[in-house]
Design a protein around this ligand. Structure first.
Ligand code: ATP
Ligand code: ZN
Ligand code: MG
Ligand code: MG
Length: 471
């Protein structure tokens, strides 16, 4: 990709989050991730070109030096910062504007800095031949998978109902979403196949911004709100059917919708439980499951037929969960330490650089948070290490998992009829090769911590006021 020969016609709208907008190349397996900022600032960019460049470089460094060592480098693609011609960026922003969902348009794409993050397109992972079945990619934003056990937690409800489930009540009460999602992250992170299956079914039912499906690089299923109506369950089943034609549960060689969905979720669960993050074998993590059940989850505990399998320790879910668990104090215990650091910085502003408050996110930063000094809990070093740990855990609570499913054995099969017959006779489950990645690993700013405390208080008090009873 030559940055001086960029043509907006080679790129199309791919998706966006709260912080960035993503466009994908029509031929190459590449995406550009551009920053966004509030529409009120659209005339007046909130930062200089150098600051924008540094912000994106920080994202790359944080992902490659910090998150990749915690989550497993095989899951991570950190990408590189690119400088694009401003004219290209302006044309691009005009081109994609009408495809953006209305509810995301409170922010505009940065057209002033020309800086962007260039990443591999994880939704078209291999340059599959167009004649072959396109890969299916499933994006899950799992959110926080454990209940806090910190002694600083002041409200008992936080140790019983998970943050996601409480937050759902808050979001519906505030009009962010029309319907509550019945997905519970604790079920997804349980490692128990039935609970995981249940969790994914609810993600499909109410995807919000936690679930998307791509086919051949194009989004075919996501939140119903703000997108066209074609993204309903029937159209999804229509897309999925050809991939699961040859599985079990056929009635006169025709699979019911229920069976298609079941097989799809099964394959997804397998991919999520597979290893691949790096070293480690098939050791399972048997701790945890018993105490990580959310009271708001509708999963009926009595349905668990087989005991807890736990998460395989090198699975993507286990790596994410353990990184999330670096939040050991909960925001309520962390906030006083944040205040201590803040006061220290007011007194000694030059310490900001030495303590790496805003980066650089290098090995030294990783060391600071891993070798948290335990001997002196009143030191500023201890407070800084806990704040760094908390910020890393926030990133892990906000990241997404991308599972790419590529139908396997296609090349070797010349005779479609023979394959159908053989698959039918053996009634084997559909075969896929899969790859799993983690995306959206931005560092969370130091000064976002007070906001986290306020949000936590609002969510909990809203739940106590309305939630528990409004089941
Ligand atoms: P959030 O609001 O979740 O923090 P964000 O603004 O940080 O989101 P991303 O999640 O990184 O932005 O990107 C927005 C969307 O673009 C993702 O949900 C995903 O669908 C798509 N996307 C991002 N990176 C890639 C990639 N490397 N390959 C394919 N799709 C991607
Ligand atoms: Zn829950
Ligand atoms: Mg995201
Ligand atoms: Mg993000």
């Amino acid at each position: 990709m030559e940055v001086d020969k960029m043509d907006e016609n080679d790129w199309r709208y791919h998706g966006e989050g709260n912080k960035s907008l993503v466009v994908s190349h029509v031929q190459l397996s590449r995406v550009l991730r551009l920053l966004k900022y509030p529409a009120e600032d659209s005339e007046n960019p909130p930062q200089t070109v150098e600051q924008a460049f540094r912000q994106i470089q920080n994202i790359v460094d944080f992902s490659s030096n910090v998150m990749s060592s915690l989550l497993g480098e095989n899951f991570i693609h950190s990408g590189e910062v690119v400088k694009l011609p401003l004219e290209f960026v302006r044309q691009l922003s005009i081109k994609v504007q009408h495809q953006r969902p209305a509810w995301r348009c409170d922010k505009v794409m940065d057209i002033y800095s020309g800086c962007a993050l260039c990443l591999p397109n994880l939704t078209s992972p291999v340059l599959h031949q167009p004649t072959h079945t396109p890969p299916l990619c499933i994006e899950i934003k799992p959110k926080c998978g454990f209940l806090p056990s910190s002694k600083h937690v002041s409200k008992d409800i936080k140790t019983k109902v998970c943050r996601f489930c409480m937050h759902q009540h808050y979001k519906v009460a505030n009009g962010k979403w029309k319907r509550r999602s019945l997905y519970c992250p604790l079920d997804l992170f349980s490692g128990n196949r039935q609970r995981m299956h249940f969790a994914i079914r609810h993600l499909i039912e109410e995807p919000q911004n936690n679930f998307k499906i791509f086919k051949g690089g194009q989004c075919i299923y996501s939140s119903k709100e703000g997108s066209d109506d074609s993204m309903d369950l029937n159209s999804l089943l229509h897309h999925l059917r050809p991939y699961f034609q040859y599985g079990n549960n056929r009635i006169n060689s025709h699979m019911t919708n229920k069976a298609v969905l079941h097989d799809f979720i099964q394959v997804l669960v397998n991919a999520l439980l597979s290893g691949g993050g790096g070293d480690g074998g098939v050791v399972t993590d048997r701790r945890g499951e018993g105490r990580s059940f959310c009271e708001a989850s509708l999963f009926n505990k009595e349905r668990i037929r087989h005991g807890s399998q736990g998460l395989p320790s090198d699975s993507v879910l286990s790596r994410i969960l353990h990184t999330q668990m670096l939040d050991t104090l909960d925001i309520e215990g962390l906030h006083p330490l944040y205040r201590r650091v803040e006061q220290h910085l007011q007194e000694f502003p030059k310490e900001r650089a030495r303590l790496q408050i805003d980066g650089p996110y290098n090995e030294a930063f990783l060391e600071k948070l891993q070798k948290c000094p335990n001997e002196d809990e009143s030191s500023v070093e201890y407070a800084v290490a806990k704040v760094h740990q908390y910020r890393v855990s926030m990133t892990a609570k906000d990241c997404s998992i991308m599972v790419a499913l590529v139908p396997s054995c296609e090349e070797e099969e010349d005779d479609e009829g023979q394959r159908r017959l053989r698959d039918f006779l053996s009634s084997r489950p559909p075969a896929f090769s899969y790859s799993v990645s983690i995306l959206d690993l931005d560092p969370k700013p130091f000064d976002s911590i007070p906001r986290q405390l306020r949000l936590d208080q609002k969510i909990v008090s809203c739940y106590l006021r309305t939630g528990g009873s409004l089941q």
